[in-house]
Design a protein around this ligand. Structure first.
Ligand code: DQQ
Length: 533
């Protein structure tokens, strides 16, 4: 790993230099995964946006290609913004994307592969009919709030549907269009879904999930065995929320289940940094895969110094939890190919107040899976009824604040002597007769450097520690830590920039600062460096 580049990642998707943001149009074609992303070919900050393109056979190693979609016609001359792929009958992929036109309006365009016999789909052609959807007086669409088309789906009436993110006043909207031929699109009277006071809805995503299995489904699948997921990225808070609900195909509206909302208490794919995400159906492995953009927590000056900004989270497989009330996510299994030198943590007791170093792994580039066993759950701290905000609770009760059951977890990217570390940990509370499990990612001590964003993140994890195992997996990669609590029920991604705990000087510890002992077992692996771009 380059010594002079301590923050470049070893197995996360990033280009050699410059600015990247949203994942675009992920798909699989002839056994090859395609990934496109918002990219500034000229600078470390956002601007001059094109669709950069890479391909892979395993979602781990990536080959770069020339930019696939870039400004070239009046309908996208000021930028090629986010969009999605749809696989047409017969297996032909097409892209719908937002163009910034010559009048700086947001419009929707179509591009298709020039040569379908090229499995790398290196060249993309834009149709002369572009734009296919545009704001106008008649349709009441705001020209600066009309972007990010989803993958389209085909209804039983043989009409295609697509949604585009929008906003009317402060009401976020999933603007619905229909088409018989994928060329002529007619705006529906009603949006597919909307919610007051949520602001602009960026990068919506809408897809079915199976009620009975972890398998993914084609985006057009409907029927009694599926629920639907609606996700949106909120421009206001830079947070994403998803709801689970029902797609009423007759009325062409989506109705979230009771209690499911796009704000504050809503469900999130990730309770740390994760934005503008997008899923696709991987027909080769019958799974739905989620990509998400992770931005920097450093200053623009630091980004300029290192020459790059932004990366992508490890692609995650996602499915409906057996409760039917939330999704579960897990890193695509292919990432496990990078594992080497397994270090088994022999079942042992982590005494209250102790720290245990995990030796023998390249701690700056590792995969850790650890299970915690609690013998006496009665010692859990009583949950105050006002502690409803997990992030706030994690910031008030950081890793150094002692508790009964917890904090226990991992100190990652830690320097010898613990001058720097990022702590990912659990606390268990009791609320009447129910245990409440809190997962925190505390970045406050992650770097001696002062001007990084070190916000603490937190999430409640819906596991019952009395009957279920309590586990934590963290993917550590130099300047990113992606943590999966409760076997994927709550995920937290953080960016950190240690000054001491870099490369070979990074260490990994398990810790328990609660008063009660905790049993630990698990494994840690060094991860090889992937071939990325
Ligand atoms: N990024 C794109 C937009 C999208 C935003 C522009 C979300 O299409 O709304 O780069 O990060």
């Amino acid at each position: 790993h380059p010594v002079n580049e301590p923050y470049r990642t070893g197995y996360h998707f990033q280009p050699p230099k410059n600015w990247i943001n949203d994942p675009n149009g992920p798909l699989i074609y002839k056994g090859i995964y395609h990934f496109f992303y918002q990219y500034n070919p000229l600078d470390v900050v956002w601007g001059n946006i094109v669709w950069a393109h890479s391909t892979s056979t395993d979602l781990v190693n990536w080959t770069p290609h020339d930019a696939a979609i870039y400004p070239s016609q009046p309908s996208d001359i000021n930028g090629c913004w986010s969009g999605s792929a749809t696989i047409l009958p017969g297996g032909k992929p097409v892209m719908l994307y937002t163009g910034i036109d010559s009048q700086n309006r947001q419009v929707q365009n179509l591009a298709y592969p020039k040569n379908l016999s090229d499995p790398f789909l290196r060249e993309w052609t834009k149709i002369p009919q572009n734009p296919l959807m545009a704001p106008s007086q008649a349709n009441q669409i705001n020209a600066s709030s009309f972007r990010d088309p989803t993958t389209a789906w085909l209804g039983p009436d043989k009409k295609w549907r697509v949604i585009i993110g929008g906003k009317t006043n402060q009401t976020g909207e999933a603007i619905l269009y229909r088409s018989k031929d994928f060329l002529n699109w007619v705006k529906a009277k009603q949006p597919l879904h909307s919610a007051e006071k949520t602001g602009m809805w960026e990068c919506p995503d809408f897809f079915p999930v199976s009620i009975h299995s972890q398998n993914g489904l084609d985006t057009s699948k409907i029927g009694p065995d599926v629920k639907h997921v609606f996700k949106v990225s909120l421009d206001n808070t830079r947070r994403e929320y998803y709801t689970i609900g029902t797609y009423n195909i007759d009325k062409d509206i989506y109705i979230p289940d009771k209690g499911s909302v796009e704000s504050d208490s809503g469900l999130r794919y990730d309770y740390g940094k994760f934005y503008a995400s997008k899923t696709f159906f991987d027909s080769s492995k019958n799974r739905r895969i989620l990509w998400g953009w992770i931005n920097e927590s450093s200053t623009v000056e630091d980004d300029i110094k290192k020459g790059w900004s932004g990366l992508q989270a490890i692609p995650r497989t996602l499915w409906l939890d057996k409760s039917g009330k939330q999704l579960v996510q897990w890193p695509a299994v292919e990432i496990e190919k990078l594992r080497e030198k397994e270090v088994k943590l022999p079942s042992s007791v982590l005494k209250g107040g102790s720290v245990h170093e995990v030796l023998g792994v390249t701690a700056a580039q590792a995969d850790v899976e650890i299970t915690f066993g609690i013998s006496d759950l009665k010692k859990a701290e009583v949950l105050d009824p006002s502690w409803t905000n997990p992030q706030l609770l994690c910031s008030q009760k950081g890793a150094s604040v002692k508790g009964g059951l917890g904090p226990f977890g991992l100190l990652v990217l830690a320097s010898k002597g613990l001058k720097e570390y990022t702590s990912v940990f659990y606390r268990i509370f009791i609320d009447h007769n129910k245990h409440v499990v809190l997962l925190c990612s505390d970045q406050s001590r992650s770097s001696l450097k002062k001007d990084n964003d070190k916000t603490t993140y937190g999430a409640f994890v819906n596991v019952d520690p009395l009957h279920e195992k309590l586990s934590l997996r963290s993917l550590i990669d130099h300047s990113i830590v992606e943590s999966f609590g409760g076997e994927g029920k709550a995920c937290i991604t953080a960016r950190v920039y240690p000054t001491l705990a870099i490369n070979g000087d990074a260490h990994l510890y398990a810790f328990n600062y609660g008063t009660e002992d905790v049993k630990i077992t698990g494994s840690a692996w060094s991860l090889k460096t992937a071939k990325i771009n």
